[in-house]
Design a protein around this ligand. Structure first.
Ligand code: PLP
Length: 403
């Protein structure tokens, strides 16, 4: 007889590196999700900014099932049609001339950092290998990316780390001026720090970073794993800021829930990843690329991108009203549909309590560190779902505030 999985199986069979909630989602349509017991949730979490078109979006189901009837996988000694179509669309929609596909945000960043160093070492010399990143950033969990990420709690305890990486404060132009030198290969920035608390970059900071990189012949790398593919209200947040990077990484929303990552760059830089220098068995997988192509086709339209900005305002005004009523939040910040409600002093450190209370009321939200409740819903979430989810969230906030 087959065993029906229950939450306790996680503790019995899985490595204990996560602490999942006590319910197990089994089905989703649009921005509604149901668990094993049939309880319904409004989804403001989007699988951490991944389900860019909600659940079971017809265009994505069609792309996946049609491709599933054709070819699932070929090795990288061959290319395939979905990868070529997707690469062309990404190039046409961005600054980039060339695309590298992989399976996750960490892999896209790993490729970006390796490429930046390769480019610097080959164009200038071995000394030019330093990477400047910012404290509180997050770039993934491979040992290189977690070391570039500025949160020692994630990179400590694994022995000697990759060298040549410096961390400076985010949004601090003077700190960047002081740290950058001709030994700098790359400056790495999230246009909005996602995991670090939904903290947007100031436009002047990104402009200064661009200028300083140009002065010191260093590459500007934007990690758009969380901000990319429409979440900011533009296809990529760099377009919103008007500051163009040399390398951009994308994942999460790109696959709408199917794993894919991409690194975008210019022709002159891409040349330094010559045949054999880097690779990934599944990178450019036809199923992933077919789904991502449907995501790009659906998201990169004026109506959807304008919708993201309008929905931002709907979230922000509901959160600001809730804040005025309860005093729970000190600030509502973010861009497009990546929104952070910062807990006021009295509630600092309790983001998880709000997340748990929200789930109890039937709405899935996220935290971004201990002090920020984060919202990263579908880019096409219906206004009625926003209103219903916010009503449930308001009940959760009132319950925590009253406890
Ligand atoms: N970069 C940023 C900005 C992220 O937010 C994340 C994930 O949260 C990553 C990289 C890592 O992506 P992945 O978990 O797909 O490896």
């Amino acid at each position: 007889m087959s065993h029906s999985p229950i939450r306790a199986d996680f503790d019995q069979y899985m490595v204990p590196n996560y602490a999942p909630a006590d319910y197990i989602p089994v089905r989703g349509v649009g921005s509604r999700v149901w668990d094993q017991a049939g309880k319904e949730f409004v989804d403001f979490a989007g699988g951490i900014a991944v389900n860019s078109l909600g659940h079971a979006h017809p265009a994505l189901v069609k792309a996946l099932t049609e491709q599933a009837q054709k070819v699932w996988h070929v090795s990288n000694s061959l290319t395939n049609e979905p990868a070529l179509r997707l690469a062309k669309k990404l190039v046409e929609a961005t600054f980039a001339d060339r695309v590298f596909f992989c399976n996750s945000g960490a892999e896209a960043n790993e490729a970006a950092f390796k490429l930046a160093r390769r480019w610097a070492i080959e164009t200038v010399g071995a000394d030019k290998h330093e990477i400047i990143a910012t404290t509180n950033s997050f770039h993934g969990r491979t040992f290189f990316t977690v070391t570039v990420g500025g949160q020692p709690k994630y990179s400590d305890g694994f022995g000697p780390r990759p060298q040549g990486i410096t961390h400076i404060a985010y949004n601090d132009i003077e700190a960047l001026k002081a740290a950058i030198s001709d030994k700098t290969a790359a400056v790495v920035i999230e246009p909005v720090q996602g995991e670090g608390g939904v903290l947007p970059a100031q436009a002047a900071y990104l402009k200064a970073a661009r200028e300083l990189c140009d002065q010191h012949k260093a590459l500007l790398v934007f990690d758009e794993v969380q901000t990319g593919v429409g979440r900011s209200g533009s296809l990529y947040a760099y377009q919103e800021y008007g500051v163009t990077p040399d390398i951009l990484t994308s994942a999460k929303s790109l696959g709408g829930g199917f794993p894919i990552g991409a690194m975008l760059t210019t022709e002159a830089i891409a040349r330094h990843f010559a045949v054999g220098t880097h690779g990934s068995t599944y990178g450019g997988n036809p199923l992933a690329c077919a789904v991502a192509e449907a995501v790009i086709d659906t998201v990169n339209t004026p109506a959807v991108l304008a919708g993201v900005k309008a929905k931002h305002d709907r979230f922000a005004s509901a959160l600001n009203a809730l804040s005025a009523e309860t005093g729970v939040f000190s600030e509502v910040r973010g861009m497009g549909l990546l929104i952070g409600a910062v807990l006021s002093d009295k509630y600092k450190g309790r983001a998880k309590d709000f997340m748990t209370a929200a789930a109890r009321e039937g709405v899935m939200v996220l935290q971004a560190g201990p002090d920020v409740v984060r919202f990263a819903p579908s880019l096409v979430i219906e206004d009625t779902d926003i209103d219903e989810g916010m009503a449930r969230f308001a009940r959760a906030v009132r319950a925590v505030a009253a406890a």
